[in-house]
Design a protein around this ligand. Structure first.
Ligand SMILES: Nc1ncnc2c1ncn2[C@@H]1O[C@H](COP(=O)(O)OP(=O)(O)OP(=O)(O)O)[C@@H](O)[C@H]1O
Ligand SMILES: Nc1ccn([C@H]2C[C@H](O)[C@@H](COP(=O)(O)O)O2)c(=O)n1
Length: 237
């Protein structure tokens, strides 16, 4: 029995911590989930956490443009993220928030809430705890993972794509009365990126040691393969 255990311990791949950052619509979620599933890693969507706290603020009558009010309330909601890449979950005070956090109302408010330092401090601590929790590695996606949340991550990726390509991808997801025209979708993406890049506390930015992957001309499968290769190279180095 002890021989089997020792063999397993010797052959199990070391836990790897992967941070994937980039602007909106560059493919962070699709890529991160697929890579984590392929490599048997956990997955954390930090954008879902910022959306969840924003949803709670909106539901609780907090004026999201009032940074002091947002800061005062930042510690109140209880957020729980499930890290199975096949079925990631997010709850707020025990309530499933996966659907409501994707509404236009939340998307329009999330950058203002994310800019508040007390919100970032709380979520950064939560994210670091999740990343450190458990023997398996994790793929964490967001805007400040490589620069702030996990500066010692084993692999850091920064995904980019042209605004046109990102808007076309997003428009393809929308349907019926929610279908925005391409120009409006692109303008909304660019506006959110500008707010996320321009805030004072841990703005959207590429870490100096991140590998930049421009996905404009790549299929999703090509991006996934590229990231898997980068991780495997690191694991075998
Ligand atoms: N390389 C690609 N080629 C074509 N479509 C893609 C590619 N990567 C992602 N997509 C599609 O683009 C859309 C946005 O992708 P995804 O949600 O993964 O981006 P994101 O960076 O996580 O966005 P956000 O930051 O806004 O959450 C999805 O419909 C996804 O299927
Ligand atoms: N690490 C992170 C992740 C997300 N945000 C903010 C900025 C985004 O506009 C918003 C929603 O993220 P998405 O669901 O589009 O990935 O959350 C952040 O500030 N830091």
């Amino acid at each position: 029995m002890s021989v089997t255990v020792e063999t397993a311990a010797r052959t199990a791949p070391a836990a790897v911590i992967v941070g994937i950052d980039g602007p909106s619509g560059t493919g962070k979620s699709s890529t991160s989930k697929a890579v984590a599933a392929k490599l048997g890693l956990r997955y954390l969507d930090t954008g879902a956490q910022y959306r969840a706290i924003t949803w709670w603020m909106l539901n609780n009558g907090i004026d999201v443009r009032d940074a002091a009010a947002v800061a005062d309330a930042a510690g109140k909601p209880s957020l729980v993220s499930g890290t199975d890449p096949a079925a990631p979950t997010i709850t707020v005070d025990g309530q499933d928030a996966a659907g409501p956090i994707r509404t236009q109302e939340v998307t329009a408010a999330v950058s203002a809430v994310s800019a508040v330092p007390e919100v970032r401090a709380r979520l950064t601590e939560l994210q670091r705890g999740i990343a450190a929790d458990g023997p398996r590695g994790i793929v964490v996606e967001g805007r400040d993972i490589g620069t702030t949340v996990l500066p010692d991550a084993d692999v850091k990726i920064f995904l980019t794509a042209s605004a046109e390509a990102r808007a076309a991808r997003r428009s393809g997801e929308l349907s019926g009365k929610d279908r925005a025209d391409l120009a409006a979708t692109q303008a909304a993406l660019v506006k959110r990126d500008a707010a996320d890049s321009g805030r004072k506390t841990s703005p959207l930015a590429k870490a100096d040691d991140a590998v930049e992957v421009d996905t404009t001309e790549l299929t999703l499968n090509q991006v996934i393969e590229c990231v898997v290769t980068l991780i495997e190279e690191k694991r075998t180095a």
